[in-house]
Design a protein around this ligand. Structure first.
Ligand code: CTP
Length: 235
């Protein structure tokens, strides 16, 4: 195993938004650019990991093309992302950088929804999507390290730690949205990574640099978790 601890590991990364179709011409989406997830995939490939990148609808070139072992799977909806991530298992690490829709229309209209004369509004019935991270945490093939992301406007630590425990994650990378120089379309970001006994502020820095520092924490968790380190502790 190399010093960075990811050589030969299978790392699955989700990135970008999901689009939830309403009818053949409309969808519900969000402002995720996919840049953070693509930066993590690029950094993991450079460290010798075998990477599966499950990408929502983004306008980004495949990272690390020709540099290493990276397979990209393009999906559109939260349900497709859930299926693609599970199909990619088993893995050592799953990093959920995608902004997966929490709700999707109960039904997709087969024809374009037309406004009716005199109709004051339109009510869409939404249902919850399946949570990829939480489902992986409870799955027999749970990756050894599960990492989530939390984009918060306020009470960041409380909400991020809540997601860490509710979804039974190893690490959660939180960022404050709505601040200049960070967030969705930006090339820079600032994260605070929380875990059991861990609070680590990263950045502000370019997303590619943050990706490397996040992977340092992931590699550390893998190492802490390895049978060899367990033996060392009991000696
Ligand atoms: N996530 C997931 N599957 C979903 C929804 C979200 O795996 N169906 C993951 C995202 O990839 C991200 C984390 O969960 O890593 C985000 O947590 P979430 O609770 O969805 O955050 P918000 O959407 O911001 O929810 P809330 O409104 O509760 O803040």
């Amino acid at each position: 195993m190399s010093a960075d601890g990811l050589t030969g590991r299978h790392v699955v990364v989700s990135a970008g938004p999901t689009y939830e179709d309403i009818d053949p011409v409309r969808f519900l989406g969000n402002r995720s650019s996919g840049k953070m997830g693509f930066a993590i995939a690029a950094a993991a490939v450079r460290r010798g990991a075998r990477v599966t990148l499950v990408a929502g609808p983004v306008a980004l070139p495949t990272p690390g093309a020709g540099e290493g072992d990276l397979r990209r799977i393009d999906v559109r909806s939260a349900a497709q992302m859930h299926a693609a991530v599970f199909a990619a298992m088993p893995a050592d690490v799953y990093i959920g950088a995608a902004a997966v829709a929490d709700f999707t229309p109960q039904q997709v209209a087969t024809g374009k929804i037309k406004k009716q004369p005199g109709e004051p509004g339109l009510t869409l019935q939404l249902v919850r999507t399946r949570d990829i991270l939480a489902d992986l945490a409870g799955h027999g093939l749970r990756p050894r390290v599960l990492v989530g992301f939390a984009a918060e406007t306020h009470d960041m630590e409380r909400y991020a730690r809540g997601k860490l425990s509710d979804k039974r994650l190893d690490l959660i990378a939180a960022n404050r949205v709505g601040m200049a120089g960070s967030g969705f379309e930006s090339d820079d970001n600032a994260l605070v990574v929380y875990g059991a006994g861990l609070e680590c502020a990263l950045g502000p820095a370019p997303k590619i640099e943050l990706a490397g520092r996040l992977l340092d924490l992931v590699a550390q968790r893998l190492e802490d978790d390895s049978p060899a380190s367990g033996m060392a502790e009991t000696r």
